[in-house]
Design a protein around this ligand. Structure first.
Ligand code: NAP
Length: 309
């Protein structure tokens, strides 16, 4: 039986792994479908303390995993398929195998939100993508007009990154002011190759008949007028949805699916703790995820100690 099982290997999961490993609890860490979490899909991380020159997101996560493993964390590639949390030990199914756990730390993060258009779905990986750093350098996007959808830090970061490859980048946002932080907004709007398209939404990604992205049909929300913007790629950066569906019914979640923590990192089930973006609709930073991972680990350790008294 495992003392601690951690689901997720983003900043939250790997920090929880580091702390529980250093507490001699030999945590079993399940990577989930995206090992290293969302930070592996970003470029340079400039706001993680301790890296004055910034650090590559992928490299940061590799370092976090190595640090946790150095103290005895066991990282296993796989996905949680079921979790029976009604009694302890908790009965988990990971890639078809049963795992029993005295405590569980949920650090499943969040996934990219989709626009919800049929054309978006049909053209995914045919020019529609959710990660500029993963796909931006592909030959199909080189020296071509590109579209980024969204107005947050992610959209700005993607648009700035894509100016390295595309001929121009149309940033389509549903309002006329960016949600992004001031520094990112200023940088984005100062870039002559980024063309903001305000108060507008993508009504359709073109062209499903050709089976590749040729542009977008855009609707101006103020005038209801529709126009077509030619583009070889559509990069959707409109936020995230928490990966908590598996815990529906067992763990208390809010209306948007975020796990509701109690007293820091605890949940409604004693012995189950939560950390990172799957329970954070507000801050969603690498450093806050790492902080809650630390808190969840300390709570799990205390819980295990309390069982022995
Ligand atoms: P976000 O801040 O939630 O922004 C999402 C953006 O997408 C908003 O502008 C929103 O519009 C728009 N949007 C949402 N649903 C939409 C829809 N259905 N159709 C069209 N537009 C839609 O998400 P994020 O940019 O991914 O950032 C998440 C967190 O990570 C934030 O805390 C951010 O600061 C952080 N982050 C930081 C950095 C950095 O510091 N370098 C980089 C990336 C992310 P409205 O504005 O109208 O709501």
């Amino acid at each position: 039986m495992e003392k601690v099982v951690i689901i997720g290997t983003g900043c939250a999961g790997l920090t929880a792994a580091l702390y529980t490993a250093r507490a001699n609890l030999s945590p079993l860490v399940i990577t989930g479908k995206q090992p290293g979490g969302l930070l592996t899909t970003t470029s340079t991380v400039e706001n993680f303390p301790g890296f004055p020159e910034g650090v590559d997101g992928y490299e940061l996560m590799v370092r976090m995993q190595k640090q946790a493993e150095r103290f005895g964390a066991r990282v296993r590639f796989g996905a949680l398929e079921a979790a029976h949390l009604g009694a302890r030990p908790f009965a988990l199914t990971v890639d078809g195998e049963s795992v029993e756990a005295q405590t569980l730390i949920i650090a499943t993060g969040a996934s990219h939100r989709h626009l919800g258009l049929e054309s978006e779905h049909l053209l995914e990986n045919k020019g529609v993508t959710y990660c500029a750093t993963c796909d931006g350098a592909l030959p199909m996007f080189r020296n071509q007009p590109l579209v980024v959808v969204g107005g947050g830090d992610s959209a700005c970061e993607e648009a700035l990154y894509l100016t390295r490859f595309g001929s121009e980048v149309h940033l389509i946002h549903r309002r006329n002011i960016l949600r992004a932080s001031k520094i990112m907004s200023d940088r984005t709007l100062a870039n002559p190759r980024i063309k903001p398209v305000w108060d507008s939404v993508v009504a359709e990604v073109l062209d499903t008949k050709q089976g590749k992205v040729t542009g977008v049909r855009v609707k101006d929300l103020k005038t209801n007028q529709e126009t077509v913007i030619a583009a070889a790629g559509v990069f959707v950066a409109i936020g995230h949805v928490p990966n908590t569906q598996l815990f529906q019914g067992a763990i208390t979640r809010d209306a948007n699916g975020y796990i509701v923590p109690r007293k820091g990192a605890a949940t409604n089930v004693p012995g189950v703790f939560v950390a990172g973006d799957c329970s954070d609709p507000v801050y969603r930073q690498a450093i806050t995820a790492a902080g809650t991972g630390c808190a969840a680990a300390i709570e799990a350790e205390r819980f295990l100690e309390s069982l022995q008294q």
